[in-house]
Every structure is written in C-alpha cells, then in structure tokens.
Design a protein around this ligand. Structure first.
Ligand code: URA
Ligand code: SF4
Length: 199
C-alpha cells in the first residue's frame, strides 16, 4: 500500500518541508542487509538527491568501510526525506508525516538491522531512548546483544550510534574516550548482526 494515496515519493507534499526542499532524497542501496537511518538530508543531500552525501555521510561511509561494508553494500534513508531549512532539526509533525514512507522503505528493503545515526533518528525509532543517548549506547554495547535482544522498530532490530557530524563525532565522552570510538563499536555490532541476519 502506498503511504499517501495518489502521491509518488518524489512529489510528496505531506509536510511543509516540501516548500523549501530542492528535491526529495529517496532511500538507496541494497535490500536485506544494513539500513542506516539518519535524521534528515542536509545541504549536500538536498542538492545532489543522494542520502549521506555530505561530510557526515562520508564519515559514516568510512567507518562502515572499515568494517567491511562499502557504500554499495549498505542502504540509507532518513526519518524525513526533505531538507529542513537551515538544517534545523525536523519537527515532530514532519517526522510523523514522513513515517509512512519509512514504513514503506522497511517493506521494500526488508533490512536485517537498522543503524540509527544520531539521537533524533534514534528517538523516533525507539521512543523510550529520550535522554542519555551516549550512555544508553555504551550500556547496550557492553552487553554485546544478539539481534533478538536488541530493541526493535516495526520488528527490525535497531543499533543506535552517535551522529557522524563533526560536531558530535569529534567530541569526547565524560571519561575522555572519543565519541567516535563508541560509534565504531556500534557500527561493528550492526555489521556483524546484519551479516548474520541472512535475509
Ligand atoms: N546525511 C543524511 O542524509 N542524513 C543525516 O542524518 C546526516 C547526513
Ligand atoms: Fe513528504 Fe517526507 Fe518530504 Fe515531508 S519530509 S514532504 S512527508 S517526503
């Protein structure tokens, strides 16, 4: 079922972000494996129409490649498909308006694992992850959970990771460990579980 009757994905006008976008950034990448779910397209994504095309995307690509998944080997999308003006966070109403598209993406891509990139994406996929994002990621990784033990979004296991934008990626956690180390561990877990998901 199409999420919005009579609307093709690239012409969606279900929220106000349609007024300021250059184009809708559609999901891309292979089905069945790891699907990275980000917050929203930024400037570079809006201009090119390609998800995770800017500097945060290049960081994500690099870390996934370090763990054996080149850009062609994982899929990506965002919780809103149109760029918010001035890169502000997407609003609740915009995320809700776009969420049928995310459901549609899950149906067509049948991912084995969702890699939630950053706190905004994580909070949407896992509403109980409201606060202490990094602390919760640390606690989850300490358990090295199996896919069955992970929290799920619409039945798909979710591995949350810190955002790869320079602002958060280059920071340190309270104990002095770089946030990027936590990110690499989250990616390692997600890649392992995606390879085992066998979908
Ligand atoms: N690029 C995206 O497409 N989404 C993000 O969340 C960050 C960068
Ligand atoms: Fe449609 Fe999503 Fe774009 Fe809003 S952000 S116009 S719901 S595609």
């Amino acid at each position: 079922m199409a999420p919005m009757t009579g609307t093709s994905p690239e012409h969606c006008t279900a929220c106000g972000l349609c007024e300021t976008r250059t184009q809708v950034v559609l999901p891309d990448g292979p089905a069945h494996g790891l699907l990275a779910v980000g917050e929203a397209p930024g400037h570079q994504e809006d201009v090119t129409g390609v998800g995770f095309a800017g500097s945060a995307g290049r960081t994500l690509d690099r870390v996934l490649a370090e763990h054996g998944l080149g850009r062609d080997a994982y899929a990506r999308t965002n919780i809103v498909r149109c760029r918010p003006p001035d890169n502000r966070r997407p609003r609740r109403a915009e995320i809700d308006a776009c969420s049928p598209w995310l459901t549609d993406t899950l149906r067509t891509f049948t991912p084995g694992v969702l890699l939630a990139v950053g706190h905004t994406a994580t909070k949407h996929l896992l509403p109980h992850w409201k606060d202490n994002h990094l602390g919760r990621i640390r606690a989850l990784l300490a358990q090295q959970p199996s896919a069955d033990a992970l929290p799920c979004y619409q039945g798909v296991p979710v591995v949350p990771m810190p955002h790869t934008s320079g602002l958060s990626w280059n920071q340190k956690q309270p104990d002095g460990t770089p946030v990027s180390h936590l990110g690499r561990s989250a990616v390692a877990l997600a890649v392992t579980l995606a390879s085992r998901s066998g979908r």
